[in-house]
Write a protein that binds this ligand. Structure first.
Ligand SMILES: NC(=O)c1ccc[n+]([C@@H]2O[C@H](COP(=O)([O-])OP(=O)(O)OC[C@H]3O[C@@H](n4cnc5c(N)ncnc54)[C@H](OP(=O)(O)O)[C@@H]3O)[C@@H](O)[C@H]2O)c1
Length: 232
């Protein structure tokens, strides 16, 4: 049974990998995008061994020309803009390279990837663009001057896009998790992160959002844990 094709960015690990597993279980053929070829190959092997379909697309989504050439001709029913990066540092210490990397991956890549696949959705009168934002997009934190701002961008961008495409059959959603126990920001998850959401929890929220009936849109969804961080 195939429900269609789902393209997931940041599929090599963490939340994106869990989203690929969930959407494959829901019957989607997966187009798995990231830079790490070995991790994508292992994900596709896992999905295929369970009867699903998965194609690895090794791609730096910050490279607009490469994205247009790799994704421009693909039939994509569901796009999950999940890839993201963070350097959490006080603004006064944040280097230009880290600033630019967050803008390139968290903001500019939304343009590259969505512009590559949205015209096909509009032509077919159906599709779903689901982007992983963050609670930090509306709730500032120390060290988040750039990262939180990129996630605030996600919500404003997605709401404007929704107003432009909703009457043409395309849904637009933002999933806003709190802290998730992944290797995000270059820091490997440790047992001290066990109180946080899991990547699986977020993937379930994405699967729910994408699985709503055609006449129903969940546009913005916050996902929080009920656990408390350990006392220091
Ligand atoms: N973890 C949290 O606490 C948390 C909370 C709220 C929201 N989020 C959001 O959730 C999303 C996923 O985060 P995560 O926790 O799963 O992080 P992660 O484990 O670090 O995974 C990030 C993914 O993004 C991909 N990626 C990074 N730069 C890329 C590039 N230039 N081109 C293509 N792919 C790239 C990475 O793949 P490669 O390295 O193989 O390219 C990886 O698959 C992000 O948007 C993040 O902002 C995370």
């Amino acid at each position: 049974m195939s429900t269609g094709t789902a393209l997931v960015t940041g599929a090599s690990r963490g939340i994106g990998r869990a989203i690929c597993r969930r959407l494959s279980r829901d019957g989607y053929a997966i187009l798995a995008v990231a830079r790490n070829a070995a991790e994508l190959a292992s994900l596709c092997g896992e999905i295929v061994s369970q009867g699903g379909q998965c194609r690895a697309i090794v791609l730096d989504i910050a490279d607009g020309k490469a994205v247009a050439s790799a994704l421009g001709e693909l039939h994509v029913d569901v796009l999950v803009n999940n890839a993201g990066v963070a350097t959490v540092q006080p603004f006064v210490d944040l280097g230009a390279d880290d600033w630019n990397r967050m803008i390139d991956v968290n903001v500019n890549a939304l343009f590259h990837v969505t512009r590559a696949v949205l015209p096909g959705m509009l032509a077919r009168g159906a599709g779903h663009v689901c982007t992983v934002g963050s609670i930090s997009g509306r709730s500032a934190f120390v060290g988040g001057s750039c990262y939180a701002a990129t996630k605030a961008f996600v919500t404003a961008w997605a709401e404007s896009l929704l107003l432009e495409v909703r009457e043409r059959g395309v849904k637009v959603s933002v999933i806003m998790p709190g802290g998730v126990a992944t290797d995000f920001g270059g820091k490997p998850a440790t047992p001290a992160d066990d109180w946080k959401l899991s990547a699986h929890d977020v993937a379930e929220a994405v699967g729910f959002t994408i699985g709503t009936p055609p006449s129903v849109l969940v546009h913005r969804l916050e996902v929080r844990t009920l656990n408390s961080p350990p006392r220091r």
